[in-house]
Design a protein around this ligand. Structure first.
Ligand code: ADP
Length: 473
């Protein structure tokens, strides 16, 4: 999670009303105006009031602010005074465009001005009549009435003006401190909100994961129990034949049941190996044995060795390649396993009479291996999910194929060990295509982080038999 602090906040874009509560600003301003008996208002960076004016003179309210020009001049005056006060770092005492004495104190956060508290509308001495009349003409108000209103403005002693300016500075400082604390609180609140959102999403993910895990364990126990039951009943059958005849079963009978037992032993070993490997890879024990070799030959050999299996289910399997040879660094055992896994799925999910095409494309910097079938297809919303542990499109016990939902997770992990990518495209009822993208590179030293597989197989045939053991042909 990226925690925000005040340093991360763009203070230039901060508005005073977003940081300090307007009612609080109003209370501070009213108290100041009342205790000093002078006019006051708080403005933003543009000189626009954010509070209601307190103790404004009739001269300002009824005349200066009564016209657009007067109002604009005031805003400009307030903005400039605010900037000057921020530059000085203290109260700035000045004469406004209409000839009155005003003072401005900056409200700062982290040294940046977010607003200004203004006070004043007083005079040190009687206003100059010609200047006053000129201003009236410029802003477009009645000259006589304007001058009459100006004559009612309080004449204040210099020392009282200075005292009011000091108090204004104290008020501005207090507001700056409040602004800083409120901003800190807002950031803490935002961080907490963000944390809550993240925790909620983690909780959702974790309960989703738990649901998948529960589903996975019921599937896996079914997957483990079925071959064990078959092996056990085959053994019992052979035993009962032997007991009832008091002689060994015929060679045919023995072969029939030993084949069943062997096939189901493969199924058990496949599941157990997959589980062990998945656990190993997911915990980062990604042993990879890279060698420079011809990848086309490895993919072609493994594809051709499956042709017979596909034919038994009346599926035609065709291998095609853009290039005859490509020497690059890969782990042949892992590539075989990836291809076998994708092919066994393709056979599993394709009806008799269908096709499976394995094609290799050379894209100079990378190689694409496509395994395409004319099978049942995969719903759009499952295309990413199937590469994650425990996911099966049809997880019901009524599904008509066997499987544990971990094969594609292993495929993804093995492809990622090669710094490659795997993804699927599909159209329901029409077929699926699994594409593997592998970077083409050579290594100077063979990387051999050899890690023996738990159960080794003597030949490719054994491995294929194991990979295809959950397909009932
Ligand atoms: P499983 O052992 O269940 O086949 P996988 O991880 O290999 O586990 O596949 C996960 C799920 O992806 C399968 O249960 C199936 O629903 C779907 N799937 C995989 N390959 C194909 C394919 N070629 N055609 C249709 N569905 C497929």
């Amino acid at each position: 999670m990226s925690e925000k602090s005040i340093a991360d906040v763009n203070i230039d874009s901060l508005e005073i009303k977003d940081v300090i509560n307007i009612n609080l600003l109003q209370t501070f301003q009213n108290n100041f105006a009342e205790s000093m008996d002078i006019a006051s208002v708080i403005v933003d960076m543009r000189g626009i009031p954010v509070t209601k004016p307190s103790y404004y003179t009739s001269f300002c309210i009824d005349y200066v602010h009564s016209t657009k020009i007067g109002d604009k001049r005031c805003a400009e005056c307030h903005r400039k005074a605010g900037e000057e006060a921020a530059r000085l770092g203290k109260t700035y005492i000045y004469t406004c465009h209409a000839g009155l004495i005003d003072f401005a104190a900056p409200i700062l956060i982290e040294g940046k001005q977010i607003g200004t508290i203004l006070g004043g509308q007083i005079l040190k001495k009687k206003i100059d009549e010609p200047t006053c009349r000129k201003t009236a003409r410029e802003i477009g108000v009645d000259e006589d009435k304007f001058y009459e209103a100006a004559k009612k403005i309080k004449i204040t002693k210099e020392k009282n003006i200075k005292a009011a300016a000091e108090v204004l500075f104290i008020v501005a400082n207090a507001l700056s401190k409040i602004g800083y604390e409120e901003l800190k609180l807002k950031i803490v609140h935002k961080n907490l909100q963000q944390e809550v959102i993240e925790k909620e999403s983690m909780l959702r993910e974790s309960s989703e994961y738990n649901k998948l895990k529960t589903q996975f364990f019921s599937t896996i126990s079914h997957e483990l129990k079925t071959p064990v039951n078959i092996i056990y009943s085959s053994l019992q059958l052979l035993e009962s034949i032997y007991k009832s005849n008091s002689e060994v079963p015929s060679a045919d009978t023995f072969l029939k049941y030993s084949n069943i037992m062997k096939l189901n032993s493969y199924r058990l070993i496949r599941i157990i190996n997959n589980l062990i490997d998945l656990n190993k890879y997911e915990f980062g024990f990604n042993s990879i044995n890279l060698k420079n070799d011809d990848i086309i030959k490895v993919v072609e050999d493994v594809s051709l060795s499956v042709v017979e299996y596909a034919r038994l289910k009346s599926i035609e399997l065709i291998f095609d390649t853009e290039i005859e040879e490509k020497v690059m660094a890969f782990d042949s055992e892992k590539i075989e396993r990836i291809i076998l896994n994708l092919l066994s799925n393709a056979v599993k999910f394709t009806e008799p009479g269908g096709n499976i095409n394995i094609c290799i494309y050379d894209k100079n910097e990378y190689l694409l291996i496509s395994v395409k079938d004319t099978g049942i297809g995969i719903p759009e919303n499952m295309l990413d999910k199937i590469f994650h542990t425990f996911t099966q499109v049809d997880s019901s016990f009524t599904r008509n194929v066997e499987g544990s939902g971990i094969g594609l997770s292993i495929v993804r992990l093995l492809v990622e060990m090669h710094e490659g990518k795997v993804w699927a495209k599909s159209e329901l009822g029409k077929g699926s295509e699994f594409i593997i993208k592998l970077p083409i590179k050579l290594i100077s030293d063979e990387i051999n982080t050899n890690n023996q597989r738990e159960i080794q197989f003597n030949s490719n045939i054994e491995r294929i038999k194991m990979e295809f053991s959950d397909i009932y042909l």
